[in-house]
Write a protein that binds this ligand. Structure first.
Ligand SMILES: [Ca+2]
Ligand SMILES: [Ca+2]
Length: 270
């Protein structure tokens, strides 16, 4: 009996020390992405509608520094060729590693007026996929920003697109879409067909994928799930608002911004 207790304590101890790191002091962190420098970039919304938004980064030594300031409410972030693409309310920003930034796609470039641009993902050739969660009920869109040929609406008229949030390109022809209403969708870019592959993630926010395992976060539930072999398992909970997650470049860690507690957690994943 004592041996069992000792084993339990060691396991608990090692989980606490090795399996999770937590960084605090962020102002409404929404999205994370590992940069080419190995730092974890974080979008911070700050106060809604106020130009206090910023991009900060957690350096490899654990220190935190500001990359870019003067944004409104930055949300989704994704790297492509050493530049960070950021959704900020109704525009897309392009942020250089030195912190300078400019508007990449302005409001007028969208075929429908953007309401709540949320996540952003990039294809291998640099096309950007952007979700607009709309009124968080059923007025959302997914936009495609082609490198040199403007913005179009994807899957137009498909009733499964309600309030899209998380986006993840999983192959040259498929993307995953996580809807705020809780459905995980797989969309085929060739024939525009969409199938529902899981549901029940009310307040669905971010998506990440490692091999055949998909990780998703629920902002409302404060839970991170993994979906493996058709089964859904909870892998982390207790967040106040688990926002847009990302996998580290080495695929060993899942990075989870908790918007309401202002923290970013890094947990090991198998
Ligand atoms: Ca703000
Ligand atoms: Ca999001």
């Amino acid at each position: 009996m004592p041996k069992i207790i000792i084993n339990f304590v060691i396991m608990f101890f090692s989980l606490g020390i090795n399996a999770e790191q937590k960084y605090i002091g962020f102002n409404d962190p929404e999205s994370v992405a590992e940069g080419p420098d190995g730092a974890i970039y974080v979008s911070e919304i700050g106060e809604r509608g106020v130009e206090d938004g910023k991009i900060s980064k957690i350096n490899k030594d654990g220190s935190i520094s500001i990359v870019a300031e003067g944004l409104y409410d930055p949300k989704g972030i994704v790297f492509f060729q050493d530049k960070l693409y950021v959704t900020d309310r109704d525009v897309i920003l392009e942020v250089q590693l030195d912190g300078t930034w400019n508007v990449h796609t302005g409001t007028m470039a969208f075929p429908k007026t953007p309401v709540f641009l949320n996540d952003i993902e990039v294809s291998k050739n640099g096309d950007l996929y952007v979700s607009d969660t709309g009124d968080f009920k059923d007025s959302g869109f997914v936009f495609l920003i082609k490198k040199n040929s403007g913005v179009t609406v994807m899957f137009e008229g498909n009733k499964l697109i309600k309030a899209p949030n998380g986006l993840l390109a999983i192959s040259d022809t498929k993307i995953l879409i996580l809807d705020w209403a809780g459905e995980l969708l797989e969309a085929n870019l060739k024939n525009n067909q969409i199938v529902k592959i899981a549901e029940g993630f009310d307040g669905g926010d971010g998506i990440a994928k490692k091999n055949d395992t998909v990780f998703i976060s629920s902002w409302k539930q404060g839970i991170v799930y993994k979906i493996e072999n058709g089964k859904t398992l909870k892998i982390a909970d207790g967040f106040e608002a688990a926002a847009d997650i990302a996998l580290s470049s080495d695929q060993k860690n899942l990075i989870i911004p908790d918007m309401k507690s202002g923290s970013v957690s890094v947990i090991e994943v198998e």
